[in-house]
Design a protein around this ligand. Structure first.
Ligand SMILES: Nc1ncnc2c1ncn2[C@@H]1O[C@H](COP(=O)(O)OP(=O)(O)OP(=O)(O)O)[C@@H](O)[C@H]1O
Ligand SMILES: [Mg+2]
Ligand SMILES: [Zn+2]
Length: 310
């Protein structure tokens, strides 16, 4: 082989080129050049520079797959209805299409302060009576979570708190503990160490979600994932994740008001729209209504005083 080419090859291997690309934080659209308005979703100022990951990082991701599946004859596959956990909140179960399906990855997203962490802990109070729950927080300390739990009256003995941001450590913990249910708050704080991009970037958020998805499916443990909605485009939005996860619940409403709407834009059964109206009390959500006609425009009716929120 030509000596020059041989040396070129070696130096190429030793110093892989770091290429940067522009990725839309709303929809994940990628481009070599920057656009003020994303050609993918039409949003303004959502294109951020990210590092295009090298092949070596990608190949380590492939090896991180948890298990190898073998093909199954179709008559070996059970067609029984999927096992579901009931959350204790009938309306939430309805929005989820009948409860939390084992092995599913459910995204709960909404703006800061809308009540994502609160609803997760409130679910723990009921589910914790019969299930072991692992609550992973990359945002808050164990003490902060304990204080919120005390405020909400959540005293489950089966609730375990893990403060961790390394997604591979989280999966390792899930694998060794084998809890019945996992909650991850939030996906934007999770980090895949083999990637160079910063936590919250589209590349990180996608890879961390894929890692959790593989774990949920392989271990048949459902994972509830919190995702922030961020208008300034600095972190990846939930649209980027919608196609990866099994179900998506959006929190809507104003954090100053006494009600919030939880809208399912994607469920495990099919793509459909279901909503539930949640009433915010002094200690978390206090009431859940079945507002077929109220879902939208619930806010309008309530703000006009035509419907009482309690
Ligand atoms: N210590 C507290 N005492 C009383 N109310 C609180 C307290 N902490 C939070 N809240 C209320 O609970 C609401 C929901 O908070 P929560 O932390 O569940 O929201 P979140 O969607 O998880 O927010 P973030 O995106 O910031 O994590 C807040 O809007 C606030 O009104
Ligand atoms: Mg929170
Ligand atoms: Zn876009």
């Amino acid at each position: 082989m030509n000596k020059f080419l041989e040396t070129m090859g070696d130096s190429d291997k030793m110093a892989p080129k770091v290429k940067s690309i522009y990725v839309c934080s709303e929809c994940g659209f990628e481009s070599a050049k920057w656009y003020g308005k994303c050609p993918g979703c039409g949003q303004w100022n959502t294109m951020n520079e990210e590092i295009k990951e090298s092949i070596s990082a990608k190949s380590s991701l492939i090896s991180a797959r948890p298990t190898l599946h073998r093909p199954m004859r179709i008559d070996e596959i059970s067609a029984e209805e999927e096992a579901r956990y009931h959350t204790g909140l009938t309306e939430l179960d309805r929005v989820l299409g009948g409860g939390i399906v084992k092995g599913s990855l459910i995204l709960i997203s909404g703006e800061p302060g809308i009540g994502k962490s609160t609803i997760l802990l409130q679910i723990c109070e009921f589910l914790g009576k019969s299930l072991r729950i692992l609550y992973v927080s990359g945002e808050e300390s164990g003490r902060q979570i304990k204080l919120r739990a005390a405020r909400l009256g959540v005293h489950s003995e089966n609730l375990y708190i893990l403060t961790e941001t390394d997604v591979q450590n989280v999966v390792e913990q899930i694998r060794s503990d084998q809890p019945d249910l996992v909650m991850v708050d939030s996906i934007q704080t999770m980090n895949f160490t083999d990637l160079n991009s910063s936590p919250g970037s589209v590349t990180q958020v996608r890879e961390c979600t894929n890692t959790l998805m593989r774990a949920a499916k392989a271990l048949e443990i459902p994972i509830l994932l919190v995702g922030h909605v961020n208008k300034d485009g600095a972190i990846a939005g939930p649209k980027v994740l919608e196609h990866i996860v099994d179900a998506v619940l959006y929190f809507e409403g104003d954090r100053q008001m006494t009600y919030r709407i939880l809208r399912a834009v994607k469920t495990v059964m099919a793509l459909q729209m279901r909503s539930v109206c949640l009433i915010w009390g002094t200690t978390g959500f206090t009431k859940w209504t079945t507002p077929h006609w109220l879902c939208w425009p619930a806010g309008l009716f309530m703000s006009l005083g035509l419907v009482s929120p309690v």
